[in-house]
Design a binder for this molecule. Structure first.
Ligand code: ADP
Ligand code: MN
Ligand code: MN
Ligand code: MN
Length: 339
């Protein structure tokens, strides 16, 4: 029997340096849960999202990924790219369209974030600070995680899994009120699509708990960890051929483009990339085996496999746009000739 589906068309607005998520619902009848190619283009008023002038305000929405919406009856979450009114030219704010197509590129993003209420992290006292960092990472117990956070984090995980988002894990992080989820995807755009969708589900879930999601990279001054979004990446060549020579050529390309990378790795990153709290200084490029103080960490497995496998860029921050990050990483990789 045909059903009316609630299609939440979701896109990124034109705010800088970090876009915001926007969404509106299209009701449409389908015989079954729709596939991507059944979904129509739609549009919105770009003058309200910093994507157009008032006198010519139409922007087009091109569906690029669909997920079942576990929180709505007959609901779907539809990730969209913003297009010019001609529907074929990507809008200048559309970073997804700049990602090189590569089915063999895999990304794993580790999204860190804080949950806040009344202007402070969950579990922080009204005045002053809780006990210093130490026991919070991967912890259990009211004294460590407070009373509200775990319920939200678990509910978010269930929503994401039900939507088909490829979470690989979650954990309580180093600062009180700080959490992480990891998302892995094959294909140059998949993990980035899913990170944005997981963020959307987290923001929407937190509305009913009167909790804010704080994804700024250094919300608490002082001796408290900031939030990152480590980008783990690999290509077919890195996984299957690799080798020392190629690895070194890759790292010198990353060194050369270091400022271009930092430019899209999230705002205010100088507050976080200080050389303390498991980070490298923002103006230096370094790499090292299992080195959490390096810009790029080489997993042990990479060395054991003769320079084959994935690498972890530790510089992207929690507020970074995974589309811009994936785009930049693949662009730099593409400058290195394959032997
Ligand atoms: P850590 O906190 O020690 O950095 P995590 O387990 O949180 O480690 O994150 C490791 C990430 O690496 C995961 O997101 C995982 O999906 C990703 N990953 C594993 N193998 C690959 C690969 N071949 N290519 C890209 N990413 C990968
Ligand atoms: Mn991690
Ligand atoms: Mn982490
Ligand atoms: Mn990591």
């Amino acid at each position: 029997m045909p059903q009316k589906y609630k299609l939440e068309y979701i896109w990124l607005d034109g705010y800088k340096p970090v876009p915001n998520l926007r969404g509106k619902t299209l009701i449409k009848e389908f015989p079954d849960f729709p596939t991507l190619d059944q979904l129509p283009y739609w549009g919105f008023d770009g003058s309200s999202t910093q994507q157009a002038e008032g006198h010519s305000s139409d922007c087009a929405l091109k569906p690029v990924a669909i997920f079942p919406d576990p929180a709505r009856t007959n609901g779907a979450l539809v990730m969209c790219e913003v297009m010019m009114p001609d529907k074929v030219t990507p809008h200048p704010s559309n970073a997804r369209a700049t990602i090189l197509d590569d089915e063999g590129a895999w990304f794993g993003f580790e999204q860190e974030y804080f949950l806040y209420q009344d202007g402070r992290p969950l579990g922080f006292p009204e005045q002053g600070f809780p006990a210093p960092q130490g026991t919070y990472y991967t912890s259990v117990g009211y004294g460590n995680v407070g009373h509200l956070a775990r319920g939200i984090v678990d509910e978010h995980l269930d929503l994401c899994l039900a939507a088909g988002i490829n979470h690989e894990g979650i954990n309580a992080e180093v600062a009180k009120g700080q959490w992480e989820f990891q998302i892995f995807g094959k294909g140059s755009k998949r993990a980035a699509d899913e990170v944005w969708m997981a963020r959307y589900l987290l923001y929407r879930l937190c509305e009913k708990h009167k909790v804010d999601v704080e994804i700024h990279c250094k919300p608490i001054k002082g001796d408290w960890n900031g939030s990152g979004m480590h980008a783990n990446f690999s290509t077919n060549y890195m996984r299957e051929t690799g080798g020392k020579e190629y690895f070194e050529a890759l790292m010198s390309a990353f060194e050369k483009e270091k400022m271009e990378h930092i430019a899209v790795y999230g705002p205010d990153n100088h507050l976080r990339l200080t050389g303390l709290h498991e980070t490298a200084a923002i103006d230096k490029f370094s790499y090292g085996v299992a080195d959490r103080g390096a810009s790029i960490r080489i997993p042990h497995s990479f060395m054991e496999n003769n320079y084959r496998g994935y690498l972890e860029d530790r510089r992207p921050n929690s507020q970074g746009d995974p589309y811009q990050i994936a785009s930049r990483i693949l662009k730099t990789i593409s400058t290195v000739p394959l032997p």
